[in-house]
Design a protein around this ligand. Structure first.
Ligand code: SF4
Ligand code: SF4
Length: 437
């Protein structure tokens, strides 16, 4: 059997056994939801509701605040209690949040459009926009923009990212098993929007049941299901594109530069739900997992549900719980409070037990980080240049090509924290250059 892959990468313990066999359960909507106006990449949405407004499930509560922005919808039927400020886990500072109290069972405000097969690509794109769909793999980039490349860019290939290479997380695996038909219908819709010739679903070899199931579901379609080597970061866009098409996205470029668009499994299912079922994005599936959670599971939760509510439904934390992560351990964000609500891009909550703090040592020039870097960079050098504030030299050495996957820090025997320094160096460089790359 052929396993497609890329050069470099690593093999962290997968830890998927904690939740991979747990079917997705639907969580009851909580009494309060906290919906950040910044629930996507780009400008925060502008609120179109005020304190005291009665809202239906799916009703628009925020409109795009700029070109790169997205619609927001009420995840419950209830009353807007206030527009407050709360710590935003991605922005790292307090941001505006719409607090809605649920007062009733769901009374839906659905999207309004005709049978999707009669609609043009422009009309389909408008539905994706109106539904507030963003990249649900974590990037939260507005999907209607990604599916609408500028004039002169032709997309011939659409790839569904079913790699789920992040340790611990299992929700995409479950979705591919439980919602394969919806996924394939979503692929058909996206292909029509992009006018793409070819569509692939890429799945890592540690999800053979999902691979075999989707192979059967796709047997009579033009969607090709391909098997990827289980290796981190197989699901990073550039690595995935290379593994499947052998096309290399140029440094500073985008997948569309090589004729490809990639979307995560759940994003494609959300597109199907918007276009076929007329449902805006008000909920998502995610994994609650880790050695320090009592009952690891996969759930569908409303956007704006707090981590506390998720931890509670998963049986609470164990006594040795020490680290709380939104997402998985390689690319997730460590948080230290439970009142933070999930965003559209939150693919998991991972609770890890106490571990001995690794002893950091000086670099021993072993080159492990160089050999493993999937972007062919010299992480030890970027770390050095960043620490010495030699920003231009760091850029010359490929700073901006770093995808912040964390492989270098993971493999380093000296436990050097390259990614923290690289991220900071990028931020400072961009600030010094007035935000220009
Ligand atoms: S330098 Fe960047 S791309 Fe390379 S391994 Fe480290 S984090 Fe990943
Ligand atoms: S892996 Fe760590 S010790 Fe080895 S060269 Fe890279 S930074 Fe130095």
């Amino acid at each position: 059997m052929k396993f497609l892959t890329f050069k470099g990468g690593t093999h962290p313990p997968e830890k998927k056994e904690l939740a991979k066999d747990k079917a997705i359960v639907r969580m009851d909507p909580p009494q309060f939801v906290y919906v950040f106006l910044s629930n996507h990449a780009g400008a925060p949405a502008k609120p179109v509701v005020k304190e005291g407004d009665v809202v239906k499930t799916g009703q628009v509560i925020g409109e795009p605040g700029g070109f790169v922005s997205a619609y927001l919808h009420s995840p419950v039927t209830g009353v807007v209690r206030k527009i407050d400020k709360l710590y935003h886990p991605v922005q790292g500072r307090p941001m505006e949040v719409v607090v809605i109290e649920r007062t009733d069972e769901d009374r839906w405000q659905l999207l309004e459009h005709s049978d999707w097969e009669t609609l043009s690509r422009e009309q389909l794109l408008e539905i994706v926009k109106k539904a507030g769909i963003v990249g649900l793999g974590g990037a939260m980039f507005p999907t209607h923009i990604k599916l609408n490349p500028p004039a002169g860019k032709t997309i011939d290939t659409f790839i569904v990212n079913g790699a789920e290479c992040e340790p611990y997380l299992t929700v995409d695996h479950r979705l591919m098993l439980e919602r394969a038909e919806d996924l394939v219908l979503g692929v058909k819709i996206v292909k029509k929007i992009l006018n793409a010739r070819k569509a692939y679903i890429g799945i890592e070899s540690n999800k053979m049941d999902a691979y075999e199931h989707l192979k059967k579901v796709c047997a009579d379609s033009d969607v090709e299901v391909v098997l990827l080597k289980t290796k981190y970061p197989q699901g990073a866009e550039k690595q995935l594109i290379y593994a499947i098409t052998q096309r290399k996205v140029p440094v500073g470029g985008l997948p569309m530069d090589v004729g490809v668009v990639v979307q995560n499994v759940q994003t494609v299912i959300a597109i199907k739900e918007a276009v076929v079922d007329r449902k805006p994005l008000i909920e998502r599936a995610l994994t609650i997992t880790g050695e320090a959670i009592n009952n690891p599971m996969n759930v569908v939760a409303r956007i704006g549900t707090t981590i506390q509510q998720l931890v509670d439904i998963a049986g609470g934390m164990k006594e040795d719980a020490e680290k709380l992560i939104m997402g998985g351990p390689m690319t997730g964000i460590a948080v230290n409070r439970l009142d933070i609500p999930i965003l559209k891009g939150t693919s998991g909550v991972t609770v890890l037990a106490h571990e001995k703090e690794p002893i950091k040592k000086p670099c021993i020039r072993c080159t492990k980080c160089v050999v493993s870097c999937p972007m062919g960079l010299q992480p030890y050098l970027l770390y050095l240049l960043g620490n010495k504030k030699k920003y231009d030299q760091a850029v010359e050495e490929g700073l901006m090509a770093c995808i912040e996957c964390g492989v270098c820090a993971y493999v380093c025997p000296s436990k050097i924290d390259h990614v923290r320094v690289i991220k900071l160096t990028k931020r400072v460089y961009q600030a010094l250059r007035g935000g220009k790359k």
